[in-house]
Design a protein around this ligand. Structure first.
Ligand SMILES: [Zn+2]
Ligand SMILES: [Zn+2]
Length: 173
């Protein structure tokens, strides 16, 4: 059995000591220098700032995305029209190249034909023709006189004998 008043006094002292200790601990932190309404106001302000920050960041991202998308679209458009232009130019170039090539080819073809004709004419002019039947001659008698066959030469002999320039010894066929 103890003294109840003594016991409660001890208890009160112990409580006060505890309180002082707690107060001393709390006094060391900066937050305890600020009162509750101010803390709440600061918390509100921070919350507000954070939400402002998020909103504006969100807005900036949306704007940036939209801007990039527009740039992408306009680039696409630009690239497409550039490609189209390039294609047209290449087509035009190809067409004019082909035109030049075709003209060149035509020129070559016709000059070849002209050359061929000229050669043929030249060959024809160099050839001798039968004085009797006008076929190509293979037997030569004398100046400007040839025959395609012995038969033609013999048949023509009646006309030719007066003008034949071959030496008399070899005249008779
Ligand atoms: Zn003949
Ligand atoms: Zn002759």
């Amino acid at each position: 059995m103890g003294d109840p008043s003594s016991s409660s006094t001890k208890e009160i002292i112990r409580q006060i000591a505890l309180q002082v200790e707690q107060d001393e601990n709390q006094m060391t932190t900066a937050e305890d220098l600020i009162d509750e309404p101010t803390k709440r106001a600061i918390a509100e302000l921070q919350k507000h700032w954070m939400s402002e920050y998020h909103n504006s960041r969100e807005k900036s991202l949306v704007e940036l995305t939209e801007k990039l998308h527009q740039e992408f679209l306009s680039d696409q458009q630009k690239i497409r029209s550039e490609l189209l232009q390039q294609f047209k130019e290449e087509l035009e170039q190809t067409r004019s190249d082909l035109d030049v090539k075709y003209r060149e080819q035509l020129k070559n073809e016709s000059s070849k034909l002209i050359e061929k004709h000229r050669r043929e004419m030249s060959d024809a002019k160099k050839k001798q023709w039968c004085c009797q039947c006008e076929n190509e001659a293979i037997y030569h008698c004398c100046w400007n006189t040839a025959y395609c066959s012995v038969e033609c030469q013999q048949n023509h002999w009646q006309n030719h004998r007066r003008t034949c320039r071959r030496r008399k010894t070899t005249t008779n066929p």
